[in-house]
Design a protein around this ligand. Structure first.
Ligand code: SF4
Length: 506
C-alpha cells in the first residue's frame, strides 16, 4: 500500500490554481492574480505545445543505471533523443563516464487499447531487468494506459517480487494537466514512494561508506540541495561553494543522484530549493513524512536573489552575521568585476522567456546589470510566485507580460512590437527572435554557468561578447522568415486569450 496519502501527485491546476494564459503587463498580472481571477483562462486558438512527459523524462534520464520504461504509445518517449546530450554530458561531469539514457517502450497499439496493456507492461519490466540489470526501472505511464485503465500500480507490485531493480512509478498522463511542472511532482512522488527506505537495497550494493555514516553529524551540518535538470554541474558547484562557505556540507538531490544513496537525504538539517516551481510539492511532502524543514523562496539567479538565498540559510542556522559578512565579500568582488559590463549594457532592451521562476529571476539579474526589461513570458503561473513579481517590479518597473505554454505566434507578435536588443529564451523562442534579426542567448544550458555570483559574472561576460557583434542574427533574418502573415503582426497579440480576466494591464 502507498506510504503517501495519494497514489499519484495531484495536478497543479487544482493544487496551486496555476494558469497558462495571460496577456498584459506585470502590474495587471499581479492585480488579477491577487484577486484569484486567473485560474480558468484559456485560448480560442493554441499552437502545438508539449506535455508533462518531457520535463519528467529530463529528470528521469539523469538517474544513473536506470531503464526508463515508457508505458504507452511509442511516440511518448521520443524526447529522450533530444535530451540524450544532457544525459551523456551530465553523466560525464558527475560520474566520469559518458553514458546514454536508456529508454524502452511498451509501444501500445490499437489491439492493446482494446485488450489492455498490463501483460505487455509486466513482460517489459522483466525483460528490462534481465537484459540490463539496472538499479532502477522507472515505469512512466502515459495517456493510453490512463484512458484504458491499466492497473499500473498492481503490475508494478506484482513484478517487484520478481526483479532485483527497484521499480518507480511515474504518472505522466498528458491529458490530465496542461501545467508541465506537474511533471516534477510526479517524479518526486515516485522517488519518495520507492527509494527512501533505510537502506533501500540488498546488502551486496549498500554503499561502502555506510559504516562511516554518522547520523548526528549529518543532522547538524548537512543541507540537502535540490537541483534541477536545467542546471549543470558548474551551477551545482557554485551553490555547493556558497553553502560550504557558510560551513555546511551539501547533499545534492535528485538530478544525477545515485538511487542507492537517496535514502541519505532523510538525515539532514535542512532542505533548500534551487527553483521553487520545481520543488514545492516534494519539500512539503518530505517535511510531512520526515520532519526536515525546508527553504523554498528564491531562485539564486542574480545578485540580490543569491544574497537572499544565502541569508535564508544563515537565518535558519542562527548565523546571520556570518552570512552577511560572506555576502559582503562576494558582492564587493563581483561588483568590481561587473563595472565595465554595466556601462555597456545600460539601457539596452531585453525580452525574457522561460519557466516562471527562471524567467523572473533572470529578469532580476539583467535589471541588476543595467538592462531595461521590456517583456517577460513565463510558461505558467503558480500562486506561490507572487513574491517574485513584487521583487521584479521594484527593480524593473512595469512592462509587457505574457503567460503562455509556448504559443510562439504570440511571442513573434510581441517581439516584433517591442523590438528588444536581446532575447533570452529556450531554443524555440530563440529561433523566433533570430529570424527577426534579434540576438538571442539561451536561458539555460547545462554546460554553462547561470547560478549564484559566478553565474552573474559568466552571463554578463557572454552577453557582452555576443552583443558586441550581433551580425549572426542579422544574417539569419536576411535568409529566413517566420510562417505568419503580415496582418498577424498588426493584431492584438493576446486576441486568442479567452477570459477577460486574463487580459489587460495598467
Ligand atoms: S500527451 Fe499523452 S500521448 Fe502525447 S506525449 Fe504526452 S503522454 Fe504521450
Amino acid at each position: 500500500m502507498s506510504k503517501l496519502a495519494t497514489k499519484t501527485a495531484p495536478k497543479r491546476e487544482d493544487r496551486l490554481h496555476s494558469c497558462i494564459s495571460y496577456g498584459g503587463t506585470l502590474c495587471g498580472l499581479k492585480k488579477r492574480a491577487g484577486c484569484g481571477c486567473l485560474g480558468d483562462s484559456d485560448r480560442s486558438f493554441s499552437q502545438g505545445s508539449i506535455c508533462l512527459m518531457l520535463p519528467a523524462i529530463a529528470m528521469i534520464n539523469s538517474l544513473p543505471d536506470n531503464v526508463n520504461l515508457l508505458h504507452g504509445a511509442i511516440g511518448c518517449g521520443v524526447c529522450s533523443h533530444s535530451q540524450n546530450a544532457n544525459a551523456r554530458s551530465g553523466s560525464l561531469q558527475h560520474f566520469g563516464v559518458q553514458k546514454d539514457a536508456l529508454w524502452i517502450s511498451t509501444a501500445m497499439n490499437e489491439a492493446d487499447v482494446i485488450s489492455g496493456g498490463e501483460g505487455k507492461l509486466k513482460r517489459a519490466i522483466l525483460e528490462a531487468d534481465r537484459s540490463y540489470r539496472p538499479k532502477t526501472i522507472t515505469v512512466v505511464a502515459s495517456c493510453v494506459p490512463g484512458i484504458t485503465g491499466d492497473d499500473v500500480e498492481g503490475i508494478i507490485a506484482e513484478s517487484q517480487k520478481l526483479v532485483q531493480a527497484k521499480i518507480i512509478s511515474v504518472h505522466c498522463e498528458g491529458f490530465k494537466t496542461k501545467i508541465w511542472s506537474t511533471a516534477y511532482d510526479a517524479v518526486y512522488h515516485g522517488l519518495l514512494e520507492t527509494l527512501l527506505e533505510d537502506p533501500p537495497f540488498p546488502k551486496n550494493i549498500i554503499p561502502d561508506d555506510a559504516e562511516a555514516f554518522n547520523v548526528e553529524q549529518l543532522k547538524k551540518y548537512t543541507v540537502n540541495l535540490c537541483n534541477v535538470s536545467s542546471m549543470g554541474k558548474v551551477d551545482e558547484d557554485e551553490l555547493t561553494r556558497l553553502l560550504n562557505g557558510l560551513g555546511y556540507q551539501v547533499n545534492i538531490f535528485p538530478v544525477f543522484a545515485q538511487p542507492e544513496q537517496m535514502w541519505k537525504i532523510k538525515y539532514a538539517a535542512l532542505n533548500i530549493s534551487t527553483c521553487p516551481t520545481h520543488d514545492d510539492y516534494f519539500l512539503k511532502l518530505f517535511k510531512e513524512q520526515y520532519g526536515i524543514p525546508y527553504i523554498l523562496k528564491h531562485m539564486p539567479i542574480g545578485i540580490e536573489n543569491t544574497n537572499d538565498w544565502i541569508r535564508d540559510v544563515g537565518r535558519f542556522f542562527g548565523k546571520e552575521d556570518a552570512a552577511e559578512k560572506f555576502i559582503k565579500t562576494e558582492v564587493f568582488r563581483l561588483n568590481e568585476a561587473l563595472e565595465p559590463y554595466r556601462t555597456f549594457f545600460k539601457g539596452k532592451k531585453v525580452f525574457i522567456s522561460a519557466g516562471e521562476f527562471r524567467a523572473l529571476a533572470t529578469a532580476n539579474l539583467l535589471a541588476e546589470l543595467g538592462f531595461t526589461i521590456i517583456g517577460v513570458r513565463s510558461f505558467h503561473h503558480d500562486e506561490f510566485a507572487s513574491i517574485e513579481y513584487e521583487k521584479l517590479q521594484k527593480i524593473a518597473g512595469n512592462f509587457s507580460f505574457n503567460v503562455a505554454n509556448a504559443q510562439p505566434f504570440e511571442e513573434a507578435n510581441l517581439i516584433t512590437r517591442l523590438k528588444p536588443d536581446l532575447f533570452l529564451g529556450h531554443w524555440n523562442g530563440n529561433s523566433t527572435s533570430a529570424k527577426l534579426g534579434i540576438p538571442s542567448h539561451v536561458i539555460y544550458n547545462t554546460g554553462l554557468s547561470y547560478i549564484g555570483y559566478r553565474g552573474v559574472f559568466e552571463l554578463a561576460r557572454r552577453l557582452y561578447r555576443q552583443l558586441g557583434n550581433p551580425v549572426f542574427a542579422k544574417k539569419i533574418s536576411a535568409h529566413n522568415r517566420l510562417p505568419y502573415r503580415e496582418k498577424w503582426y498588426a493584431e492584438d497579440p493576446f486576441k486568442h486569450i479567452k477570459s477577460d480576466d486574463a487580459k489587460g494591464g495598467e
